[in-house]
Design a protein around this ligand. Structure first.
Ligand code: ADP
Length: 457
């Protein structure tokens, strides 16, 4: 615009110069010209000069106006795109002004901090917006009414007010991070815990925006955190599970080496203990490699129709025969006609793990019921026991690798805590789902689904 003004001034001055030159030439060359003739010629010259100067100026201003309109259209489109990007972002974004008032937040932030949802961008009226605009930030139009964040309800124009970051979240870590960025104009990165519907962990990156604003982006890292915890616990549990048999094996072999090998009365006992623990380690390692093969999709299921009642009856007999000391009663309520589409070996593995757990964690004189019914094109199989039940804190975690609930009790039973992890993956590989319902002291009920066989066995 400045350049344009300069040019118009230049052209006007040139026109003035031309006029002065013309006047001088006219006076010098035609000193006797009549006043009327001189005026007529002067008017014509001035009109022509004015015409050209105006045409030049209007043309230039027209071009400048067209350029401004083009820029405005581009800005509007960019705003629309930015508002769309902000609205669809899974990360919560909050922009605050120099007074730590919220200037802008997106849908994810609205959901996270239970803020009112209006249209895209959701700026609040007030200086927050003015400052943002002063920073050259294009913000969507201010709402005519505002929403009180404490009640979440829309107010009238009179009750309209901006709200501070402390109204949005009381977390001192979040508030301090924004304040520090506004003061020091240097980015801050921190981890924060937010308890909304569930407890979630976020990585918060706050950075300066322009001269006076700060923008914070919340990345949800709860899943990563959980995976990291599971991984840490897996290795801790694995080393524990391996150490127990290994320590026993070392002790036995050292005793044998120290002379027990010549003790004909006891050496067999030591060798048997050695063998028992070697078997336990072997079972653990083969379970782990089996699980990793299933998890990485390396196993191939040979699906075929399987008569469910017979498969369950065989496994119940096996579980019974393995625990001759148990006085449990077993009941199978599976209609003869139910035929599932499954890999027989893997189905046996699923059923055996669940039935074995129902036996292992049962009470003396308790019962184990295995039932099945056809529902919505699937077969739903339930293994219910009258055992110890599972504590609510353990329930969401029993399907994790090597996780064992109630450690004191579980340690007494054999098994490393891999059974349910294997069962879960095998059920999923068959296209089914696995659920558990349990009540401490009353028993547990594991239910899984399998597809019905399309043709007879
Ligand atoms: P394991 O039986 O080798 O300990 P699982 O993966 O089969 O490992 O089970 C994990 C944990 O879940 C067990 O340690 C136990 O605490 C709990 N659990 C599984 N089934 C039952 C059940 N039927 N009753 C009570 N607790 C159970």
């Amino acid at each position: 615009m400045k350049d344009l003004e300069r040019r118009v001034w230049l052209v006007t001055c040139t026109a003035l110069l031309v006029f002065v030159v013309y006047e001088t030439i006219k006076t010098v060359l035609f000193p006797n010209m009549s006043v009327v003739g001189s005026h007529v010629i002067t008017v014509i010259v001035v009109s022509v000069l004015t015409f050209f100067v105006s045409r030049y100026a209007l043309g230039r201003y027209g071009q400048a106006l067209a350029e401004t309109q083009r820029q405005t259209a581009i800005t509007k489109n960019t705003n629309r795109l930015l508002a769309g990007v902000l609205a669809t972002m899974r990360e919560a974004v909050v922009i605050v002004d120099s007074q730590v008032r919220v200037a802008l937040y997106n849908d994810a932030a609205a959901a996270m901090f239970k803020l009112p949802l209006t249209d895209a961008g959701r700026p609040r009226p007030g200086t927050a917006i003015d400052e943002a605009s002063a920073e050259g930030l294009s913000l969507p139009r201010v709402q005519p009414t505002a929403v009180d964040p404490s009640t979440g309800t829309a107010g009238t124009a009179e009750t309209t007010r901006t709200f501070r970051l402390t109204d949005v979240t009381r977390d001192p870590a979040i508030n301090n991070a924004f304040r520090s960025v506004l003061e020091k104009r240097a980015p801050v990165e921190l981890q924060v815990d937010v308890a909304d519907r569930e407890h979630r962990t976020f990585q918060l990156n706050v950075a300066p925006l322009g001269e006076r604003l700060a923008v914070g982006v919340f990345f949800d890292i709860s899943r990563l955190e959980r995976l990291e915890r599971v991984r840490r616990e897996f290795f801790a549990n694995l080393s524990h599970e391996l150490r127990t048999p290994l320590t026993a094996m070392l002790a036995c072999s050292e005793t044998l080496k120290a002379g027990a090998i010549d003790d004909s009365a006891n050496r067999l006992r030591f060798v048997e203990t050695l063998h028992k623990h070697a078997l336990r380690m072997n079972a653990l390692i083969s379970d782990i490699s089996d699980l990793s093969a299933i998890e990485s999709g390396q196993i191939e299921l040979r699906l075929r129709p399987v008569r469910l009642r017979q498969a369950v009856a065989d496994l119940v007999a096996l579980a019974e025969s393995r625990r001759t000391d148990s006085d449990l009663s077993f009941k199978i309520s599976i209609p003869e006609k139910i035929i599932v589409q499954a890999d027989k070996t893997r189905l046996d593995q699923i059923l055996f793990n669940l039935i074995d757990n129902a036996v292992k964690f049962n009470r003396p004189g308790g019962s184990v019921n295995v039932g099945a019914e056809e529902k919505d094109g699937l077969v739903s199989i339930t293994i219910a026991d009258t055992g110890s039940g599972i504590a609510a804190v353990d329930l969401p975690r029993i399907f994790e690798r090597l996780y064992r609930g109630d450690k004191s009790r579980s340690r007494k039973t054999e098994g490393a805590g891999l059974g349910l992890a294997i069962v879960k993956h095998l059920v999923h590989a068959h296209g089914g789902e696995l659920f558990v319902v349990s009540e401490l002291g009353r028993g547990s009920q594991f239910t899984f689904t399998l597809p019905i066989a399309t043709q007879a066995e």
